[in-house]
Design a protein around this ligand. Structure first.
Ligand code: FE
Length: 232
């Protein structure tokens, strides 16, 4: 809950460095970069300058980042998923009209943005990307991860989705169909992950706590609590 802005920038620097090297997979292996990336330095300089000139307040920036990271998302998306898992009628509405069903829970996108929900099943796995830029459902998932916006992810998700999934620790048998969905400014996607086995007695809230951002982008699956860990 208390990820500081500094941690956030450090994380961004690490992943930006990885993205620049064209390697999405090893984000976790390079967490101790000595020199921050150009992007991180530029962001920090810009922020310092704005604070110095009294145009923004550091605390306000921190609050905004914290809100998008922890409060707005990806918890909103997780609540949508958990509701769909426990309420078959809601799930049906969600798959038929994502925008309307998500609005039922009080969440929304920007005006004119169509939210479509893609259901993962035993035979189909969905993966979301924006090949053009970084279209993402902020209101449901919060801040997009840096790798989502990186050129390697954007191109490789289309060219080699199974390879990308493997690098996130998601190894899918060949008989599972992988569908890749390219987001646009008007059309955005939320993956409805499969409910993990062993969660039959779970409350909606407990289920929501299992759902991760990565699972709703489609690079990971939701893992049951007893086998937890990994990148889930
Ligand atoms: Fe985009």
């Amino acid at each position: 809950m208390d990820t500081s802005r500094r941690d956030f920038l450090t994380g961004a620097a690490t992943v930006a460095g990885v993205a620049a090297s064209g390697d999405v997979a090893h984000a976790d292996d390079h967490q101790h970069q000595d020199v921050p990336s150009d992007v991180a330095l530029r962001v920090k300089s810009l922020e310092s300058l704005l604070v110095e000139k009294g145009l923004v307040d550091s605390a306000a920036v921190d609050a905004l980042v914290d809100a998008y990271e922890h409060k707005i998302g990806p918890r909103n998306g997780a609540r949508v998923v958990a509701r769909a898992w426990v309420d078959p009628a809601y799930k049906q509405r969600l798959l038929a009209n994502g925008t309307a069903a998500i609005a039922e829970l009080g969440y929304g996108g920007s005006n004119g943005v169509d939210l479509r929900v893609l259901e993962n099943t035993a035979m189909v796995h969905n993966l979301v990307v924006c090949t053009l830029c970084s279209c993402y459902i902020w209101a449901i998932l919060g801040l997009p991860p840096v790798w989502y916006k990186s050129a390697p992810y954007r191109s490789r998700a289309i060219i080699d989705p199974r390879g990308v999934l493997r690098e996130f620790g998601t190894v899918l048998p060949e008989n599972i169909e992988v569908r890749v969905w390219d987001s646009t400014a008007e059309q955005r996607y939320l993956v409805l992950p499969e409910r993990p086995a062993g969660t039959e007695g779970f409350s909606e809230e407990a289920l929501a706590s299992l759902v991760t951002r990565d699972a709703m982008i489609g690079v990971a699956k939701v893992t049951p609590p007893q086998t937890g860990g990994g990148r889930g």
